[in-house]
Design a protein around this ligand. Structure first.
Ligand SMILES: [Zn+2]
Length: 144
């Protein structure tokens, strides 16, 4: 059966402090500074009889409780190691994915560190680099 599958998104803003270790070289850390983060979480699902993939207020509650409230006004270095926007997006994903109802799928966590810099996480993917040690690849015998 074909269904109408729709992505819905909810946006949040929060302020938090962080610093990146070794950013300026080994042992040379950034100074702690504050960002006004903008977070957009997208989930996907079929449109049921009530017309809503997921109630926006329910989605909001889950993301606030399991991500935004844990991060807002915090020193992010106390919460996760090397709290780059990339690590934060994965951290947010991991917290909220398990809390979402079964009828939606988490599709995207997009986190803006400022107006023009954002990261997007869409869940784990296979590393595209070929890292196996089979003999026909890098590190193996040449001659193929
Ligand atoms: Zn920063």
């Amino acid at each position: 059966m074909e269904q109408d599958i729709v992505e819905i998104s909810k946006e949040f803003r929060f302020t938090a402090t962080h610093h990146i270790l070794n950013r300026l070289g080994p042992g040379e850390h950034e100074k702690p500074h504050t960002h006004h983060y903008r977070l957009i979480v997208t989930v996907e699902g079929a449109i049921p009889e009530n017309g809503m993939v997921m109630d926006f207020s329910n989605l909001k509650k889950i993301i606030e409780e399991h991500a935004v409230y844990k991060l807002a006004h915090k020193n992010l270095n106390d919460i996760l190691f090397q709290p780059s926007a990339e690590h934060l997006a994965v951290w947010i994903w991991d917290w909220i994915e398990a809390k979402l109802p079964v009828y939606v799928t988490l599709k995207k966590v997009k986190l803006y560190e400022n107006e023009s810099s954002s990261v997007t996480y869409s869940g784990k993917k296979k590393d595209t680099a070929h890292t196996c040690s089979c003999s026909h690849m890098r590190g193996g015998k040449s001659g193929y």
